[in-house]
Each structure stands twice: as C-alpha cells, then as structure tokens.
Design a protein around this ligand. Structure first.
Ligand code: 2IT
Length: 441
C-alpha cells in the first residue's frame, strides 16, 4: 500500500478499493509463496492499460463542449475486458481505476469468463436534452471504438449510462466499424441483441443474494422494511424485486433528499422511477410531487435516516458513512447489503461488522448485473435469445453460487460469515490462479 500511495498520490477511491482487498487476502496470500514469487499482487493492482481521450461535441445552444473520456482495461486473465461506462461530472482516472479493480474480482465471482474493465467520462448528463445525450455518445464512441471489440473489451452501462445511451453508442459503433454483430456492448435493447431481464438484473440479483444471506442467518425478507438510495436503473430493479418478495420499500433517496413512503412503494411508483431517470433532472422530490399523500419529501436527508430493517445502498461510492451506519442501527436496521460499488465507507463497514449487523459487499451483491451481461454475450455469440424464465433461472443460480463462495472463504470460527473477506478471497484466488498459470506477461 505504501508503494502504491507513493506512486498514485491522491487517488483516494482507487487506494481505498485496493486496501480493502489486500486486508482481506493477507492471510491466504502468505500461504502461497508461488503468488509472491510471481509478484501477483503487484501486477494485479495496476490496470493493464488506460486509454484517455478528448471528446468534443456541440450543445443545443451551438456551443462547443469538451470532455475527457477513458477506458481502463484492468485485467484479462480470465476473459475479455468487461465492465460498464460511467457518465458523471465527478469521473476521474482514480474513480475508474477503483471500479475496474472491483470489476475484476466481481466478474471472477460470477463464474463466467470475463476480465475486468471500466470506462466513462466527466460528461454530466444532468439537465441535458436527448439530442445532447446522443451527440455526446456519438462523439465518445468516435474515440472508444478503436479500443473495444466483442473478443477484446465489451462495455455496458453504469451510472449515467442506460439503455438509451447504449443505443446511441451501439449505433455509432456499427457505423464506424462496419460490423453488424451484436456482441460489442451489453445492455442493448431487446429488439437488437439485448438480453431480456438485463435492465432488472442488478437489482434482482441483489435481492436474490440478500435472500440467501437472510436465509443463512435464519431470517426472511417478507414484510421487512427496506430503505433504498438512488432512483436509477439499479434502485429501480431492487425496488421491483423487493416488492415481489413481499418486503415494504419505505424510502428512496436522491442528491436532493429522501422520499419517505410509510405504506410502502407501489408498482406505479416503481414505474415512475424510470421517468425520473429519463428526465435527467436528478431529483427524488419529483416522486413526492407525482404521488402527493403517499410519498413525503424531506430535503437534505438520506435514506439512512428512515427507520428500517434492511438498508440497500444503490447509488454511488462512499454514499454511506460511519455516522450513517450508526444512525441506521439506532433506527433498528440489522442488515445492509451494499448494491452500489463500494457504497459504504470503511468506517461504516467496520461499524456494521463490529455491531452484529449483517453486511455484504457490492462486488458480491451487485454481480447479477454483469453476470447477466455475460449471459447476453452468450446469447449474442449463439445468435439466439433466451426467455425471461431461462435468464432469471441462470441469474438465480449465479447469485446462489456467489453466496456459496462467500460462505466457503468467509466463514468465521463462530459460524457467522465475513462476506467482505469471503468475496475478496474467492475473487482473488480465481484471478491469481489464472495469472499464475499463464506466465509472466
Ligand atoms: O458495476 C457493474 O458491474 C456494472 N456497471 C455492469 C457492468 C457490465 O458489464 O454489465
């Protein structure tokens, strides 16, 4: 860590993600001198390569705009580079390196052959028109297309990139590459190569994982009060599945505050989350305006201030602090499944773990998204599409397998499970073994 800090000063998210993994694997790493000899850790913590490019486009007022674009190809030991694209004003190389690093272990956990990558831009979708989004996506792909390919690197969505953006990106890729296969991006529309259930998959998978975790702890999700941060694609799928499983979603939150829903979210409210995302307004207050009497907006408050049984962070890294964790506990919360990538700060994770609150990390809980991207790649390669039932069954199996891997590597002496350790060791062992067996490259 000292070496890495000296080499990459100020890259706080990246250093935080690496630190968490290294702490978890220390013991097992020291039992494998062959890893040490091949400098597996030193090689694994650095991305294979990073592409950086300028993206220039013209906004609706005719003004020239300039952004930075990136693709971080982190690790390809177990398969082609795979991971999402994030469009957010705060995107930096540090953020994408942390996400690419996490993605490498997450993808290893899915049981599918996918390496890790992440990309994106500091383009801010908030307040942009559809036409501006399209022009930006086209300008972004003008550079990105040389870096990717169905057997090399397969991007997908992440924060700020959903079905609409993947459509614009895919259209431009085909135009530039003159290749009309369906395999270079995942999260495509259902009529042009997309997998059924991919939009729902991250949220659905997270709830399947939560079910397994609760079952292992002798509990059940039915009738439990759930609070969720965010109202993007991931939160939308999580709300939908939580409701299907009989839980009551009593709050969703956004950058402007929280919407409290004392009687639980309805299907209509869940559908409205899609309009909220598509509007690019980035305001959760819109839910309370649309459903007066059912949802109450409180400005400046987080979802973590609302009494609940289960907390599901579904928005952004470091969105849940140690103080938030304490407030959750004081409000009766006894389980937190991290759905966003690195959604909880280290202090929050330690507080959960030291205070008997069930906790599982994003790289295990949210892996259903990229797993279903893997299933989309399989369908594309076979030139066919599976039914919703078939995709859902496979997603279910994969989440069960991820839970089993966490239990295998994370069970403590007292029989409880350290899901952070379990997920990190399971992912690490797979990637490290693959690197070792393929020589010094
Ligand atoms: O963080 C993630 O796993 C994603 N944004 C999904 C990546 C993918 O390739 O589906």
């Amino acid at each position: 860590m000292a070496m890495l800090q000296a080499k990459h000063p100020g890259e706080s998210e990246y250093l935080q993600a690496v630190q968490e993994v290294l702490e978890s694997i220390e013991e097992i790493y020291n039992q494998h001198p062959e890893f040490e000899k091949a400098k597996i850790v030193e090689r694994m913590v650095e991305p294979d390569r990073i592409f950086t490019f300028r993206v220039t486009w013209v906004d609706d007022r005719g003004e020239v705009q300039s952004n930075l674009g990136y693709r971080v190809q982190f690790n390809s030991a177990i398969g082609p580079y795979k991971g999402g694209l994030r469009f957010h004003r705060a995107v930096t190389p540090s953020m994408l390196k942390f996400l690419g690093f996490e993605q490498t272990f997450k993808n290893a956990l899915t049981t599918l052959p996918m390496g890790g990558a992440k990309g994106g831009s500091d383009f801010d979708p908030v307040g942009k028109s559809d036409a501006e989004i399209m022009r930006f996506c086209q300008a972004f792909m003008l550079e990105l297309w040389r870096c990717i390919g169905p057997d090399q690197d397969i991007p997908a969505g992440d924060v700020g990139v959903g079905g609409r953006e993947i459509g614009f990106l895919n259209g431009m890729y085909q135009k530039l590459a003159r290749e009309y296969h369906t395999g270079v991006l995942t999260g495509k529309g259902a009529t042009w190569g997309g997998s059924i259930l991919r939009p729902e998959a991250t949220g659905f998978g997270a709830l399947y994982f939560t079910q397994h975790l609760l079952h292992k702890a002798g509990k059940d999700i039915k009738d439990k009060k759930v609070v969720i941060s965010g109202f993007g694609n991931v939160a939308w799928g999580a709300v939908k599945k939580a409701m299907q499983l009989g839980a009551k979603v009593v709050a969703i939150s956004g950058p402007d505050g929280v919407c409290v829903v004392p009687d639980g979210m309805t299907a209509e409210m869940n559908d409205y989350m899609l309009d909220m995302r598509a509007s690019n307004r980035n305001m959760v207050e819109d839910m309370a305006v649309k459903f007066p009497g059912k949802a109450q907006f409180i400005a400046g408050k987080k979802a973590w201030s609302v009494p609940c049984d289960i907390a599901l962070p579904c928005a952004f890294q470091n969105e849940l602090s140690e103080d938030d964790a304490k407030e959750l506990k004081a409000n009766g919360c006894w389980c937190c499944c991290e759905v966003s990538n690195m959604g909880c700060q280290p202090g929050a994770i330690h507080f959960f773990q030291n205070n008997g609150i069930l906790f599982a990390p994003g790289k295990a809980v949210n892996a259903g998204g990229v797993a279903t991207s893997g299933l989309e790649m399989t369908q594309n390669a076979a030139h066919l599409s599976w039914t919703a039932q078939e995709v859902d069954d496979r997603l279910h199996q994969i989440m069960q397998s991820i839970h089993e891997q966490c239990v295998k590597f994370g069970t403590r002496a007292d029989g409880s499970v350290d899901y952070v350790k379990g997920a990190n060791i399971a992912g690490f062992m797979k990637v490290a073994t693959a690197m070792l067996e393929q020589g010094i490259i």
